[in-house]
Write a protein that binds this ligand. Structure first.
Ligand code: ZN
Length: 248
């Protein structure tokens, strides 16, 4: 029976539950160096294939576990995400081996790597994995004040068809990330009209008490404190923003 990984920490970023299990320092499958300039300058998207998983676990956990037990050989990435789960295996300020552009390559040395686990079937789970990957990418761009021009592909750094399942419709994916990113950057624009108004606060409050269902982008926009839930506190903060009171 497989022994599954236990996360060191679980956090919620705009509705994505992230399980942290950082590859120990000194591991052979990471360079054990900080990113050039210390912070991410790009977010690089990869695809990796769905695999047969042990019963009772997820695609992401199985990949994260393989990273820890040496079954991924020399490879390491910051995030694995699928339709249900997400694991972080590198700190956000350290370099991974994912871009295949070498020890000093800019793909490895300046970027955060997200492996979106897909099979290209276009089935619901496949679309969901892609959608969750888009939201995760947006949260990271937002967090590091990066524009949509800093979202890129493995193929940008190295001659390889990756992310294989997303590249054929990369523009659509990029736009999806951009929509999330704009909403996150504005913060509180729940209805997506480009402004933060009292109606956004009202929508958030209705969602908080269960009177309104929000889609993923709306939830991310409404969750202004980023704790993964839309609450009355978010609604209050949105209302303050709408009348120009900045809590800072
Ligand atoms: Zn790749």
């Amino acid at each position: 029976m497989a022994i599954f990984l236990t996360p060191d920490k679980v956090r919620n970023a705009y509705g994505i539950e992230i399980k942290e299990k950082i590859l120990p320092d000194g591991s052979k499958n990471k360079p054990n160096r900080k990113l050039t300039s210390g912070v991410p300058q790009w977010v690089t998207i990869h695809n990796t294939d769905r695999i047969v998983t042990a019963e009772g676990t997820t695609q992401s956990e199985q990949y994260a576990r393989a990273t820890h037990n040496g079954n991924m050989s020399g490879v390491s990435v910051h995030y694995y995400i699928d339709d249900k789960d997400c694991w972080q295996t590198l700190r956000e300020d350290e370099i991974g081996y994912h871009a295949a552009d070498g020890y000093w390559g800019p793909g490895n040395c300046t970027t955060l790597a997200i492996e979106i686990i897909m099979d290209g079937s276009g089935k619901d789970y496949d679309k969901k994995a892609e959608d969750r990957g888009a939201l995760l990418a947006a949260t990271l761009l937002h967090q590091y004040n990066l524009g949509i021009d800093k979202l890129t592909t493995h193929s940008h750094w190295y001659s390889k068809t990756c992310p294989a399942y997303i590249l054929p419709h990369w523009e659509t994916f990029r736009k999806k990330v951009d929509v999330h990113l704009n909403r996150l950057n504005i913060g509180g624009d729940v209805d997506g009209d480009g402004k933060v108004t009292a109606s956004d606060a009202r929508l958030a409050l209705r969602a908080a008490v269960g009177l309104e269902g929000l889609n993923e982008t709306q939830k991310a926009a409404a969750d202004v404190d980023g704790d993964g839930k839309v609450t009355a506190a978010d609604a209050r903060e949105i209302l303050r923003k709408s009348v120009g009171i900045d809590e800072g």
